[in-house]
Design a protein around this ligand. Structure first.
Ligand code: 13P
Length: 337
């Protein structure tokens, strides 16, 4: 029996295409309150709603951001939040031509029966939460699960990650949200690039197997993979050309061309490294839009420059725009900086 297509099929395809538009990528600003607290702490600020609001206002109102950024992933609090001067954040984004998205997973917990690995919660009640997020203006969703190389990954952890992503993707499409499928392969470890490649192949094979089993429409999803790099503690470093070679080989052997966009996470790479690696991947034509969905690699300098001081807002926005523009050029394969 052929599964029923989502009532939102055309809209999903259109939303995914808009996000995967030339020279643009995603600003991930969906830090949970706990993670946002760590970022604020690094600049000596308290983790209050007012401070989170001030920082997020700065991000979304950077003038001209929409030239480089097609989508912004929000944490639930921000979806319903206003800027410091009382405008709804989703409206500010829409005016900039940026599609609002929402993190819908409920975070990681220990996976019983595994090698100290984790699994991602959030399927319970997901359909009704997503229906409400759609009403509030969200048009895409994100679910991040992780796979650890030093801790395995065990067959159980890979299967759980892939199945969870597939169920989430199907439920999101039923509710009008384009699912960003993100099995992050953590950078931690001493392993070489070959090992990361092997694990990534396995993870993506299973993820697509279960997505097909759940009748997910591939034209209406976006992927958020980790780039294929050596482990962070590996002695041998890789050049952007090597990262591009391995990562593109992974994509070509595992990702159907029906998928409109591949929006990489930065995963702890430096700002410049993340831009150079993306640029290297766009030196030859690809069947998909190969772009970015960075949090730290877009925000690090911006956050430090701001330091919580109103007089630094403009300089911090300039720092954000500088990274956004560099990654926009890298999406087009034209970064030279
Ligand atoms: P980083 O780019 O900082 O890895 O964050 C992306 C993200 O949204 C992780 O889920």
């Amino acid at each position: 029996m052929v599964a029923r297509a989502s009532a939102y099929a055309d809209e999903l395809v259109q939303t995914a295409k808009t996000i995967a538009s030339p020279g643009r990528g995603i600003l991930a600003m969906d830090e949970s309150n706990a993670t946002c607290g760590k970022r604020l702490d690094s600049i000596g600020l308290e983790n209050t709603e007012a401070n989170r609001q001030a920082y997020r206002t700065l991000l979304v109102s950077a003038p001209g951001l929409g030239q480089y950024i097609s989508g912004a992933i929000l944490f639930e609090e921000t979806l319903y939040q206003s800027t410091v001067d009382g405008k709804k954040i989703v409206d500010v984004l829409s005016e900039q031509g940026i599609v609002p998205g929402i993190k819908v997973d409920k975070g990681l917990v220990p996976l019983a029966g595994s090698n100290n690995e984790s699994w991602c919660q959030g399927l319970d009640g997901l359909a009704s939460r997503e229906a409400a997020y759609y009403q509030a203006g969200a048009r895409f969703a994100k679910w991040r699960t992780v796979v650890s190389i030093p801790n395995g990954p065990s067959q159980l952890a890979v299967k759980e990650a892939a199945w969870g992503l597939a169920r989430y993707a199907a439920i999101s499409q039923e509710n009008g949200l384009v699912p960003i499928v993100e099995p992050e392969i953590l950078l931690d470890g001493e392993h070489g690039i070959e090992r990361t490649f092997e694990v990534a192949q396995k993870v993506w094979a299973e993820t697509f197997f279960y997505m097909a089993e759940n009748s997910v429409m591939f034209e209406g999803i976006l992927l958020k993979p980790s780039m294929v790099t050596p482990g962070a503690e590996c002695e041998e470093k890789a050049t952007p050309e090597q990262v591009a070679e391995y990562t593109l080989r992974l994509l070509r052997t595992r990702i159907p061309p029906a998928v409109p966009g591949i929006m990489f996470l930065s995963g702890g790479q430096s700002e410049v490294e993340a831009t150079q690696n993306l640029n290297a991947m766009n030196q030859s034509p690809n069947p998909w839009h190969v772009s970015f969905s960075y949090a730290r690699a877009l925000q690090n300098t911006c956050l430090k420059t701001w330091g919580g001081r109103p007089e630094n807002v403009k300089a911090a926005q300039d720092a954000l725009l500088l990274r956004a523009k560099a990654n926009s050029l890298a999406q087009l394969g034209k970064y030279t900086g």
